[in-house]
Design a protein around this ligand. Structure first.
Ligand SMILES: Cc1cc2nc3c(=O)[nH]c(=O)nc-3n(C[C@H](O)[C@H](O)[C@H](O)COP(=O)(O)O)c2cc1C
Length: 205
């Protein structure tokens, strides 16, 4: 039973471009057959705990005796188990102040654990080679190269760290309805292209 983990993090509901794109990819994944399932994780509606102790970054054997709050440990185990159960992952990445949303960073801090999901003292990379699609949106144009900044640490943690095969889809100018100089038609065209890319990946990942 192939499982797609769909992760959303936009603070917006219906108008969210990243939610539309992750949904398009998921719809296309589901249409491959009744056994193709989608697990949805909404980090905005159900925010993961923010990291408060460095022990969270390590497995117990590397914590130098530091204790991790049991509730936090349970949240971490559950987030890692959910990720390990997925054959493919799509992550919505709305750009907030040139960065990923804080909830998505908190999720990364839960699941990127050297020695467990990433290499450290052992070559542990249980997710190596599995596909991950980053779907990013921003309000302005990308003339300043902001996508590279907002997506950079995700590409490193998920790609180099977890070893997943990362692809990215981007759509910009999403605030064109409020700032006409951005070009409403250009924004629409970009979104359509991104949707087609998302659907194509959902059908082939
Ligand atoms: C708090 C906040 C910060 C934002 N910062 C940026 C930014 O730095 N650059 C940019 O181009 N757009 C920025 N935007 C616009 C969003 O990137 C844009 O609305 C995008 O479409 C959000 O993704 P979504 O449509 O999936 O919600 C910001 C929006 C919010 C709410």
């Amino acid at each position: 039973m192939p499982v797609l983990l769909k992760i959303d993090s936009s603070v917006d509901g219906a108008p969210s471009r990243t939610r539309r794109l992750t949904a398009g990819l998921a719809e296309s994944w589901r249409s491959r057959g009744h056994d193709y399932t989608v697990v949805t994780r909404d980090l905005h509606r159900d925010p993961p705990p923010v990291m408060v102790a460095s022990a969270q970054h390590w497995p117990e054997r590397l914590r130098d005796g530091a204790q991790l709050d049991p509730a936090l440990e349970a949240a971490q185990s559950s987030a890692i188990a959910e990720l390990l159960a997925a054959d493919a992952v799509v992550i919505g990445v709305p750009m907030y102040n040139y960065a990923m949303p804080a909830t998505l960073k908190a999720w990364i801090d839960l699941v990127h654990v050297p020695g467990v999901t990433a290499p450290f003292d052992v070559e542990s990379r249980p997710l190596a080679g599995r596909p991950a699609v980053l779907v990013a949106a921003r309000g302005g144009t990308d003339d300043d190269g902001g996508f590279a900044h907002a997506l950079g640490s995700l590409e490193l943690t998920i790609g180099s760290g977890l070893g997943m095969h990362v692809r990215t889809i981007t759509t910009s100018r999403t605030l064109a309805d409020r700032v006409p100089a951005l070009g409403e038609q250009l924004a629409e065209d970009e979104l359509e292209t991104a949707l087609a890319q998302a659907r194509a990946l959902g059908a082939t990942l």
